[in-house]
Design a binder for this molecule. Sequence first.
Ligand code: GLC
Ligand code: GLC
Length: 813
Amino acid sequence: MKYGYFDDRNREYVITQPDTPLPWMNYLGCQAYFGIISNTAGGYSFYRDARLRRISRYRYNQVPFDVGGRYIYLRDDETNEFWSPSWQPTQSDILEYTCRHGMGYTTIGSSYKGIEAHTRYFVPLDENLEIWQLTVTNHRSTRAALKGFASIEFCLWDAQDDATNFQRNFNTGQVEVEDGVIYHKTEYRERRNHFAYFGCSAPSRFDTQREAFLGRYRGWDKPKSVEAGELTNSIAHGWSPIGAHQVSIDLEPNETAQFVFVLGYHENPVEKKFDPPGSQIINKRTVKPVIAKYLSPAGADAAFEKLRQYWETTLGILQVQTPDAHTNRMVNIWNAYQCMATFNMSRSASFYESGIGRGLGFRDSNQDLLGFVHMVPSRARERILDLAATQLPTGGAYHQYQPLTKRGNNDIGGGFNDDPHWLIIGVSAYLKETGDWSILDEPVQYDNEPGSEKPLYEHLQRSFNYTLERLGPHGLPLIGRADWNDCLNLNCFSDTPGQSFQTTTNKDGKVAESVFIAALFVYAGRELAAIAQHRGLEAEAKKYIGETEKQLAVINEHGWDGEWFLRAYDDFGAKIGSNECAEGKVFIESNGFCALAGIGLEDGKALKAMNAMRDHLATPHGIVVQQPAYSKYYLQLGEISSYPPGYKENAGIFCHVNPWVMIGETRLGRGDAAHDYYTRINPSARENISELHRCEPYVYAQMIAGKDAPTFGEAKNSWLTGTAAWNYYAITQWILGIRTSLSGLEIAPVIPKNWPGFTAKRVFRGVTYSITIQRKGPGNSISLTVDGQPIDGNIVPIPTDGRKEVNVVGILT
Ligand code: GLC
Ligand code: GLC
């Protein structure tokens, strides 16, 4: 069953039934001001940091789901009936409901008794505000006398404190209302120099105290003052400041009216906070023109057009036409868009991430780079430098850093022994995309300590050495608190409820080893060697290759189980991911990453490993993390065995790692298998089973319940996941094979046998490449012609004569 359809031409997903299995979300904003918005107008907004600068309230894990939003009500003054065109919160019997989630905007509307109403929500580029454009049309044969109400509940800035510290917070709320604009200024009197505002293009009456608006013991579904048809002009003193506006809507038959509401955030210089100086009144001199500009429909429309253009250009960097509609749609629109959301949000704010927990993950953000570096190269550069500045002098890294302060998060610390290598991979992806070698010479601090600056390149060297200095009894890398799998906690041994599996370490960490990190080390080491080589550092490149060769030998001797790669050794030196184990015999991560890294290609191990994935882990809904699932809690394994079988890291389908197997299959030349795995978890290809999948059909979810779960096939934790970047990378760079390299654009497709070919347009280092791939035989060997001239090899040279357009034809045989 479906709840809507894809409108690819407009780059929208159109939801036609409001009660989707879960709220289906979209993101507003792409620079500093952000919002999440559901298909029924639920969600919230924040400035930069979802915890520390939360603008509006949202109630996570609430019943009914998805409460707190950008709610609009219409009221018919003749019948006294009122409804929400977005269905929530009134849940009225509306007709023709549609929600169009598009690139950076969402339009929700419906009809009710001849009145059609739609609201378009978006954040303009380069502004710290959001626009709600409400359009109302009277399709009745008679005149309609209506009222409209728009409302938002303010958050008292720190979302964590806002949800817990009521003894204080019920006393601090303050607002001002001036010229019909509501200003939320809680704590502005003391140490904040920022405030929020909510303006309206045709203000008449307002409310700013929640209880005055909703009435006692009422919810957003039937606000008392909407029911009464008149807001009370309340001024909030303490309790819960809100913004609510009332507008009059009188429409002749077939007449349309438009109203604009602007919700925004503004900062004043500390010395200019008040106007007049010495008063307690917000200085509104710089914000007023901004509000006025966007309250005009023309200003709002122009901003929308600019936003549309931005996405057109951004997505235009890579567009493909393949025989598979799901591939095209995800690559050209939704997967790229989701990669931008992971760039902006990391893992902070979604329907599943409350915005108060995690900062930016070191490992996560470096991997996310693979998916967004081509769209925002200069911001990718900045992200890399921020990440590297949280690296520790040991070469290790803080597991997370806080986006507002850019400092490493001390609560979680470091010691996740895979972390440092992702920096090498992130930087390498950046170099391949941009050719900007200057980044390696950029001075970057360690642990944000002034005076500790060293060139970025040295950070990469320390990342590499970090593992060399931490090898275990078999010569494999020690795992530390965890490797990619945050839940494989081999030094934790926690038997106390509530202890963090990630930060509790009851063992000295000198025994447990990770085969996954070994593979990662080999992969990252080769990338680093290529970088060194390119810089003319021959001896150093040789050293890196030498070390990766040594590690390869160790993997062959101690990391191979006979039919697949082992996963790890625990604190007793016992194998994990071996046929000898009772549970957890075979794992995806080490096998996927070894094959991806090309380990075992020559001696058949990679082939065996990929066959083991197919035979033991693959399901129609994707590839599970391991089998058999852990049926009970194992003290020596940690969080992985805390989950019931089939969920999360305990044999769930962790979509993030599926692409490693896809890439592994391409390295074996098996395009059919690679694309088949790609399709199994492709959300668009799962649209028809939305009833089972339950999450949005336009974005990846972190996890789909595995075959051991009673809910096999059900997705959870959509939007903010490394799945976005890895799938994008796998399909574009390995299956379609349009791959960035240090020396240029490499073309190496490994596509299904029955594809006649495909075309692509790729903007790379300022040149637009039009690429046509034709299949003339069933294999993967390719011969290329560039602007009509055959070339040797498969790397398209970067034009030296200033040409900006290049035609590439590839023949597969
Ligand atoms: C989550 C984390 C990521 C980790 C993965 C597996 O996606 O954000 O860092 O690698 O889970 O545990
Ligand atoms: C990852 C895992 C999650 C774990 C968390 C801790 O996100 O998926 O299960 O609790 O890491 O950092």
